[in-house]
Design a protein around this ligand. Structure first.
Ligand SMILES: Nc1nc2c([nH]c(=O)n2[C@@H]2O[C@H](COP(=O)(O)OP(=O)(O)OP(=O)(O)O)[C@@H](O)[C@H]2O)c(=O)[nH]1
Length: 151
């Protein structure tokens, strides 16, 4: 049998989802929610974060992204279950982390708006599709560990 052609190992992306980390920042009983900038199909709400870069772990990525996007230093309190989601144009793996702010106050740089909302209120926002699964895990987590909400 012939050895596989290396170029044929390029895939549609299914085997290698794009890794994106996001931070669920908790403080004083509220959760930080961010609205993406208008003008694209994903003008919806998300948890701040972004793509995991080469050589970086998902937790390193979220710490870097939260500094770049909101000018805050955070500490990770807990990783949450990752979410695999297939957009029509993108196969995504989201790595959500529960975080607390250790330095600075969030400043908007790449979002249209940020809001601090309580766990009931966040259900009313129009979220990016993969995030509904995170919201459901978050609800269960906060029922078990309500103290997390105080950051
Ligand atoms: N940051 C973030 N991205 C999310 C979430 N949920 C979700 O589906 N995504 C998707 O993940 C993808 C990458 O996120 P991003 O655009 O924030 O990444 P980035 O900051 O590295 O992008 P850039 O190339 O504009 O710098 C987008 O397609 C976005 O729609 C979320 O909660 N937070």
């Amino acid at each position: 049998m012939e050895p596989p052609d290396p170029s044929s190992q390029e895939t549609s992306g299914d085997e290698h989802p794009l890794k994106v980390s996001c931070g669920i920042i908790l403080k004083n009983g509220k959760i930080l929610c961010a609205k993406r900038l208008p003008g694209s199909w994903d003008d919806l709400w998300e948890f701040p974060g972004g793509k995991v870069e080469t050589g970086e772990s998902p937790s390193q990525a979220v710490i870097r992204e939260l500094y770049e996007e909101l000018n805050i230093r955070v500490e990770i309190l807990l990783p949450m279950p990752t979410v695999l989601y297939r957009y029509p144009h993108l196969y995504l793996q989201l790595f959500p982390f529960i975080c607390r702010i250790v330095e600075n106050t969030p400043q908007i740089a790449v979002h249209e708006e940020i809001r601090w909302l309580n766990p009931d209120e966040i259900q009313d926002l129009p979220w990016l599709a993969p995030n509904w699964s995170i919201l459901s895990d978050l609800k269960k987590l906060l029922e078990d560990k309500p103290d997390l909400l105080n950051g």
